[in-house]
Design a protein around this ligand. Structure first.
Ligand code: KG4
Ligand code: ZN
Length: 331
């Protein structure tokens, strides 16, 4: 008999709910993006984000249940993101999940946001292990070696800014809005990637770690020195994006050389980037199976949280003992 699970995600600035069945089919995926609200501030304001979560969360959950055609009394488990993320944002999702669970006598289980991003690769694809997985978002830039669904081995991460942060801070320097990645991606399509060589951090030939803080500083210096830079904003954006993309791709290639996986996975908001998608697919064409989820599953969403929950249930690995929220990675 099929079971149905409800998932809730409020770790940053997207208010999300989804319903999945026990076979892993996504029945609904509802998202309220606060991007327009935060764009006027040039980044996510945690208090504004949690206020909006509290206003939207029930509407989004009701919307998700309605579009899946599943009633709350047919939900067998609730999954909720408990970290990493913004504490007061996570709390809205967790308290809502606990309350719905308590009132309707449904068990509630915590899901790690990054494991959710990894699980997003499995929503639309059958994946052959072992895999190397790159998670690139506003808060994280991590490389994992994955040989089963239970343990994800961290093999590299950023030592300073995340790739998404590099996009967002770069966009701010260029006077664009938030979220910066989308805007830089759009501008770059009309620009020359070879217009200027921005530096790619070299942390050693064998290192799988990343660094992006120097890149952002070099963009700042470059702009300060050039009076007429706005005339060439498309090419500056394209060159800046190229440095981020090449830095990510170089480490993916190194991880591929070291681990020789059967598949290469990329997920998280930065996985929406058209240049990263293109260059990765080009490089690994006829060599490796490259899996990048469709855009709706790359940026924050609850379908990925639902998918991770369903994977844990299949592996008898769900636990509801620790529902405390946490802000930074627990790896
Ligand atoms: O995964 P996500 O939605 O939220 C976090 O968990 O952080 O990622 C958000 C990040 C932002 O930094 C945003 O600028 C970036 O993903 N992003 C992109 C693109 N779309 C979103 N970066 C580059 N190119 C894009 N097209
Ligand atoms: Zn995320």
């Amino acid at each position: 008999m099929k079971n149905f699970y409800l998932a809730i995600e409020t770790s940053c600035d997207e208010t999300c709910a989804a319903v999945i069945d026990s076979d892993g089919k996504i029945l609904s995926n509802s998202v309220f993006s606060q991007a327009n609200i935060h764009s006027q501030f040039g980044g996510v304001l945690p208090d504004v984000a949690s206020k909006n979560h509290s206003e939207k969360i029930m509407i989004i959950i009701e919307n998700s249940l309605k579009s899946s055609n599943i009633k709350i009394n047919n939900i067998n488990k609730i999954f909720v993101t408990n970290g990493p993320g913004l504490i007061n944002c996570l709390m809205i999702g967790v308290i809502t999940a606990k309350t719905i669970g308590y009132v309707n006598k449904i068990p509630v289980y915590p899901i790690n946001h990054i494991e959710g991003h990894i699980a997003s690769c499995f929503i639309e694809n059958e994946i052959t292990f072992p895999s190397v997985c790159l998670i690139v978002s506003g808060g994280h830039t991590n490389l994992y070696f994955i040989s089963n669904l239970k343990n994800f081995k961290l093999i590299g991460s950023t030592i300073d800014d995340a790739a998404g942060e590099a996009f967002d801070k770069g966009a701010k320097i260029l006077g664009l809005g938030y979220p910066g990645g989308v805007l830089i991606d759009k501008l770059s399509t009309e620009g020359d990637v070879n217009y200027h060589k921005f530096p790619i951090a070299n942390l050693g030939k064998k290192s799988l770690n990343f660094s992006f803080s120097g890149l952002k500083t070099s963009l700042k210096y470059y702009i300060n020195k050039k009076n007429n830079w706005k005339k060439n904003i498309n090419s500056i954006a394209a060159s800046y994006q190229e440095a981020i993309v090449d830095s990510l791709l170089n480490k993916l290639i190194l991880a591929d050389n070291i681990y020789n996986p059967k598949s290469i996975l990329i997920a998280g908001g930065v996985a929406c980037n058209s240049r990263l998608r293109f260059k990765t697919n080009e490089y690994f064409k006829n060599k490796k199976n490259v899996i990048i989820p469709s855009i709706q599953y790359c940026t924050d969403n609850a379908a990925m949280i639902a998918k991770r929950g369903q994977q844990l249930v299949l592996n008898e690995n769900v636990t509801n003992v620790d529902l405390n929220v946490f802000s930074t990675s627990k790896n």
